[in-house]
Write a protein that binds this ligand. Structure first.
Ligand SMILES: Nc1ncnc2c1ncn2[C@@H]1O[C@H](COP(=O)(O)OP(=O)(O)O)[C@@H](O)[C@H]1O
Ligand SMILES: [Mg+2]
Length: 253
């Protein structure tokens, strides 16, 4: 179970809302996640999951509500300020600087993050995280030569290398083979063991239910269900709105 620091949640959303014109992408969402805890977020496409991350990280401005990091309000802070306070994320589409090597991507992330210091120290921190994501032997590889799994791992590594205490993962298993999914499960459990708070959006139910301590299911911008993975899988409304249609789609395909 979650190892909490005793000083309350690391990341908290209080009544977060985001309107795009007449469309309510996120409506009154609240959650909290503690150190060493993995919170899963599921829900159909268009439910507002990525927009919720965008509001948490400052990639878009909340229309209402509050975002707190280690108890401090960060609702109006820009993205880079939140990064330096320990908040990092990954994106649905793997984003790395393709003109740089794997190692250069990592060093850049350290420089952008919390623990900037002398160049030697940055290189050492970058090397440690490169080892953690299992890509030390590809340090000198040009990033535009990487496949999807390696680009996703590298994006995860750069997010960690900022010195994050909380990381938001947007569909980290999407597009991966079963073996790559298994490796990513091990990696994310390793992040939890390092004491980070993790929030993970995911459609791959096998992965989400194996890593998450708790799960939120979003639908039309709102939290529709909150509970353990086992409770989610057994919930009749969740099956009807989300899991059932997914199973049907998979069966039809
Ligand atoms: N920048 C934007 N401008 C207008 N509408 C947006 C924007 N980003 C997302 N939306 C809309 O917000 C809703 C939620 O989208 P999103 O957060 O991407 O859902 P999910 O990640 O759950 O699939 C969708 O209806 C989407 O079209
Ligand atoms: Mg999304």
């Amino acid at each position: 179970m979650a190892v909490t620091s005793g000083s309350g949640p690391v990341l908290e959303a209080r009544g977060v809302r985001k309107d795009y014109g007449g469309l309510i992408a996120v409506a009154d969402v609240s959650f909290a996640v503690g150190a060493g805890e993995i919170l899963g977020i599921a829900g159909p496409n268009g439910a507002g999951k990525t927009t919720l991350f965008d509001v948490m990280t400052g990639h878009t401005k909340a229309t209402g509500g509050e975002v707190l990091l280690a108890g401090r309000t960060i609702t109006d802070e820009p993205v880079h300020a939140r990064t330096r306070l320990g908040l990092a994320r990954t994106f649905q589409q793997p984003m790395v600087a393709r003109s740089l090597t794997v190692q250069e991507n990592m060093v850049l992330a350290v420089a952008y993050g919390r623990s900037r210091g002398p160049a030697g120290h940055r290189r050492q921190t970058a090397a440690e995280y490169l080892d953690f994501i299992g890509m030390a032997d590809q340090a000198q590889t040009s990033s535009d030569l990487l496949g999807v799994f390696d680009r996703k791992r590298l994006m995860l590594g750069t997010a960690l290398a900022t010195g994050a205490s909380v990381i938001l993962l947007d569909e980290p298993f999407g597009g991966l083979s079963p073996a790559e999914i298994d490796e990513t499960i091990v990696l994310i459990n390793g992040i939890r063991e390092r004491g980070l708070a993790v929030v993970c959006i995911e459609h791959v139910m096998r992965a989400l239910t194996s890593i998450a301590d708790r799960v939120l299911v979003m639908h039309h911008g709102s939290v529709f269900f909150e509970g353990t993975p086992a409770q989610m899988l057994a919930d009749e409304q969740v099956i009807e709105v989300y899991l059932g249609s997914r199973h049907k789609k998979a069966g039809e395909a």
